[in-house]
Design a protein around this ligand. Structure first.
Ligand SMILES: [Zn+2]
Ligand SMILES: [Zn+2]
Length: 394
C-alpha cells in the first residue's frame, strides 16, 4: 500500500480522473491531461508502452529497461545490447519494489557508474530527481564519475544543468541535506510547508545534518527539525526567537501589528511533530535507496490504515478537560454534581448561567432607578423575619 495513494485520491477528488483502456501508437494524447495523470493505471500503461517503443524503435548500443511494479508484481529490469538486439537478461540489482521513477534513477545511475561510465545524463523535469541526485553526488564521484547532467524543459526552453558544477558551488554539506529540506517542506507525500526559497535560505545544513541518518527518530532530532521549520514558516527575513510552533503561535497572536486571524496562525507543535515524523519516514527511504536494509513501517511514522489506503494521522492535541469545563449549577457548587468541582478547578465567569441571568435582571433593575427599592425590599424582608421571630418568642 502506497503512502501516495491517499494524496492521489485527494487529487482525483478535486480534478476527476479518466482511465484510458489501452495505450497504443494511434491513441491520441488526451486534452484533459490533469485527469490523465491522476490515474495510476494510466501511468503504468504509458510506462509499459514506452518500454515496447524503446525495444522496437530505439537503436542504442546498450539499452536498460527499468524494472517496475504492475498490479502488485515486479516486472524485472532488462538489458538489451544492440545492434543484434540481443536480450542479455534481467538485471537483478535493478529489479526492486521501487514504484517511483524518481527513486529508480538512483540505482540506475549507480549501476551505470559501476560499469565505468564517467559521464551520466538524466532526463527529468522533476525537482525531486535533482535534489536526490545531489544527495548521491559525492558517492558517485567517489566511484569515479566525473560529470552528471540533468536535462529538463522542452523545445526552446530545454536546458541541461551540470550537477557536478552545482554541487561544487553549493558545497557538500548543503548537497547532503537539500533532499531533506525539500521533503520536509512538501513533496508528493508530505504536506507543503512554507516556500522552497525559505527552505533553502533557512540553513538546512545546520538543522538537518543528522536528520534520518539512522532508523531512530529521537526527541532531539524532532526539536531540531521543528526549529528549522519555524525558520521556514516565518521566512528568511524573520528575526523570531521562537524555537517551537507553540511559541511562534503565541508571538503571532500577541504581536502589535498584522495579527493573523485564528485560521491563519501557524499550526501547533503537536501537529508539526506529526509532519516531522512523516517527513522522517520519507527522507529515510530517499537516502537509503542503495542500502540493503528493511523498509520502515509507515504506520509507525504518522500514517494509519483507513478506507483501503494509508492516511496521515492528524496529531491534534485536544484541550485538557479541566480547561474547557464549565458548570451550570444554580446553587453553590458544593457537591460533586458540579462539573467544576468534580474536575478540581475553580468556577469561571462562563459558569452558573442561571445565577448570571438572575444577576443580570437585578442589574437591569438597578439601572432603571429601582436601586433603592430593591435594597429596601431586602431590608423589609429582614425586618419582617426579625418581627416574626420576636412574635414567636413573646
Ligand atoms: Zn458548579
Ligand atoms: Zn463552575
Amino acid at each position: 500500500m502506497s503512502i501516495k495513494e491517499c494524496e492521489r485520491l485527494r487529487r482525483v477528488g478535486s480534478t476527476g480522473c479518466i482511465d484510458i483502456a489501452e495505450i497504443q501508437d494511434e491513441v491520441p494524447i488526451p486534452q484533459q491531461i490533469d485527469k490523465f495523470w491522476t490515474s495510476a493505471s494510466n501511468k503504468s500503461k504509458l510506462e509499459l508502452f514506452a518500454r515496447d517503443v524503446a525495444i522496437r524503435d530505439i537503436k542504442y548500443t546498450t539499452l536498460v529497461l527499468s524494472g517496475m511494479v504492475v498490479d502488485g508484481e515486479v516486472l524485472p529490469a532488462q538489458l538489451f545490447e544492440q545492434p543484434e538486439g540481443r536480450h542479455t537478461g534481467d538485471i537483478a540489482g535493478l529489479s526492486g519494489w521501487l514504484e517511483e521513477a524518481d527513486a529508480r534513477i538512483i540505482p540506475h545511475t549507480n549501476w551505470t557508474v559501476e560499469k565505468g561510465c564517467e559521464r551520466v545524463v538524466v532526463l527529468s523535469n522533476d525537482t525531486d530527481s535533482v535534489v536526490l541526485l545531489l544527495r548521491y553526488m559525492e558517492y558517485f564521484m567517489n566511484k569515479h564519475m566525473n560529470e552528471l547532467w540533468v536535462q529538463y524543459g522542452v523545445g526552446t526552453k530545454r536546458r541541461v544543468i551540470p550537477l557536478h558544477t552545482l554541487c561544487r558551488k553549493l558545497g557538500a554539506a548543503l548537497c547532503q541535506v537539500l533532499v531533506k529540506a525539500h521533503i520536509s517542506t512538501g513533496d508528493d507525500t508530505v504536506s507543503k510547508f512554507g516556500t522552497k526559497h525559505s527552505a533553502i535560505t533557512s540553513h538546512p545544513e545546520m538543522y538537518l545534518a543528522n536528520f534520518a541518518e539512522s532508523d531512530d527518530l529521537d526527541d532531539y532530532e524532532i526539536q531540531t527539525a521543528e526549529r528549522y521549520l519555524v525558520q521556514v514558516w516565518s521566512g528568511s527575513r524573520s528575526k523570531t526567537t521562537a524555537s517551537t510552533f507553540d511559541e511562534l503561535r503565541l508571538q503571532y497572536h500577541t504581536r502589535r501589528t498584522a495579527i493573523p486571524a485564528i485560521d491563519d496562525l501557524p499550526p501547533t507543535s503537536s501537529v508539526v511533530r506529526g509532519h516531522i515524523t512523516r517527513s522522517f519516514f520519507v527522507v529515510r527511504g530517499a537516502i537509503t535507496l542503495l542500502d540493503d536494509i528493511t523498509a520502515l513501517d509507515p504506520t509507525n511514522f504518522g500514517w494509519s490504515n483507513g478506507d483501503g489506503c494509508l492516511k496521515p494521522k492528524k496529531h491534534l492535541k485536544r484541550l485538557p478537560v479541566a480547561l474547557v469545563t464549565t458548570c451550570n449549577c444554580g446553587g453553590r457548587c458544593e457537591s460533586n454534581r458540579c462539573s467544576c468541582r468534580a474536575c478540581g478547578i475553580k468556577c469561571v465567569s462562563f459558569c452558573h448561567k442561571k445565577i448570571k441571568r438572575l444577576s443580570k435582571r437585578v442589574t437591569t433593575q438597578s439601572r432603571s432607578s429601582h436601586d433603592n427599592r430593591a435594597r429596601t425590599g431586602i431590608s423589609n424582608t429582614v425586618v419582617s423575619t426579625f418581627a416574626l421571630v420576636l412574635i414567636i418568642h413573646t
